[in-house]
Write a protein that binds this ligand. Structure first.
Ligand code: FMN
Length: 389
């Protein structure tokens, strides 16, 4: 399964083509719209999110609310486009485009590197595509992947574990399920499971906003009921933990990924890191703990996947940072029209969906999946086989 996205932040729409879905998979437009709406929420977002209220349009690959097996093409309209037609149309008049030409690169953005690399004197040609608006298309892809996972009883949830200086304790997955994590985080404006930390997170976002500053944080994704053996130890690009890390770091502003206890593993002794192997009649092989986040040797162990991603603070600040004009080479203080000041809660929804994509992709690689029925039958057969191993 693979996908491509196209579309500029102020262009007419985002376009997404997904290829490799099984046929006859129940397909819900509503579930995609729900994911898109989740991405637009969260304390700390700017005015753009009040303009956009995303809805997906299905253009191909679906009949009778099921996949046909053909590529699925989806579109998400940019409501802002009407105001940008003259600037963004393919046959833009240079005089018109000049009005919104960008000659002042923002520190922390793709503007300057992209302009040098692609030879643009108008950095709008970079920022329109590097904008996190594109994550709406990635969330739509994840929302489709989630429908594959759901078909096989696999659930995905996410929550925010840090915003700026405020962090929560690591949760014990014996006490939480993907369902309860989803329920609780959905009810929180910062998608935090701990009510005290939630209030402190809101306070630090407000404080940063008053100072004209921005905040990043850490999100955690949990995937439950994953079959043993997705991914592979035999080759670098088949290791599923590595693919997930790539997917996380590819999200705009994400600078790192952790699997399980992640970087903490470097501080602890081996006996405090590795998960002991147990066996029981009821559960078959399982682990006493899940510090390694459901992965050993690039393959899933059958324990819940636990993946974290760190997001840097949003680069567009009201508090100006120094930069240099590409025309005059004069220094200037970069300041902004409108921006989020903390997008960590929204980014947790993006992270959840990019992880869902990678897990669904690995699932379809592992099991025969021309038809949705084949996929489910194969997954169930595999689960029984693992129990009797
Ligand atoms: N950057 C901004 O400057 N303003 C924003 O409003 C903004 N919103 C974002 C919303 C989400 C959900 C995410 C994931 C990122 C957002 N970013 C925003 C971050 C930039 O898109 C990102 O920093 C930029 O594309 C440069 O890429 P890099 O940080 O990965 O190097």
């Amino acid at each position: 399964m693979r996908y491509l996205t196209a579309g500029e932040s102020h262009g007419p729409q985002l376009t997404l083509i997904i290829e490799g879905l099984p046929s006859r998979l129940p397909f819900s437009k509503e579930k995609i719209d729900t994911e898109l709406a989740r991405r637009q929420k969260g304390y700390g977002r700017g005015r753009r999110m009040q303009i956009e209220s995303d809805q997906v349009q299905i253009l191909s690959g679906i009949r009778f609310e099921k996949t046909t097996g053909a590529p699925v093409a989806l579109a998400i309209e940019n409501k802002d486009w009407v105001k940008w037609v003259e600037i963004m149309r393919p046959d833009t008049d240079p005089g018109q485009a000049e009005k919104r030409r960008v000659a002042r690169p923002r520190p922390g953005h793709a503007d300057l590197n992209g302009a040098i690399k692609y030879g643009h004197r108008d950095m709008r040609d970079v920022l329109e595509r590097s904008s996190a608006r594109e994550t709406a298309a990635r969330v739509a892809a994840g929302a489709v992947a989630k429908q594959v996972l759901e078909h096989c009883g696999i659930r995905v949830a996410s929550h925010v574990v840090r915003i700026g200086s405020v962090a929560t304790e690591r949760i014990d997955l014996n006490g939480w399920t993907a369902e309860t994590i989803a329920e609780k985080s959905e009810a929180s404006p910062v998608r935090c499971l701990d009510p005290e930390a939630e209030q402190a997170m809101i306070r630090v976002i407000d404080e940063a906003k008053e100072e004209g500053d921005s905040l990043g944080g850490v999100v955690e994704v949990v995937v439950e009921n994953v079959p043993v053996g997705l991914g592979s130890h035999v080759h670098y690009d088949r290791k599923l933990d590595a693919r997930i890390a790539q997917a996380i770091v590819s999200i705009n502003a994400f600078k790192g990924a952790e699997i399980g206890i992640g970087f903490e593993a470097g501080e602890r002794k081996g006996s405090q890191v590795h998960d002991e192997i147990l066996w029981s009649e009821e559960r078959g092989f399982h682990r006493a703990t899940n510090r390694l986040g459901g992965f050993e040797g690039g393959m899933t162990t059958g324990e819940p996947l636990v993946v974290r991603g760190v997001m840097k603070p949003i680069p567009t600040l009201y508090k100006p940072l120094q930069s240099v004009d590409i025309d005059t080479k004069e220094p200037f203080a970069a300041s902004i029209e409108r921006s989020d000041n903390c997008a960590v809660p929204a980014a947790s929804v993006v992270a959840e969906n990019v992880v869902a994509w990678e897990v669904a992709k690995a699932l379809l690689e592992t099991f025969s999946s021309d038809k949705a029925e084949d996929l489910l039958r194969e997954v169930e057969r595999h689960r029984n086989e693992v129990k009797g191993f």
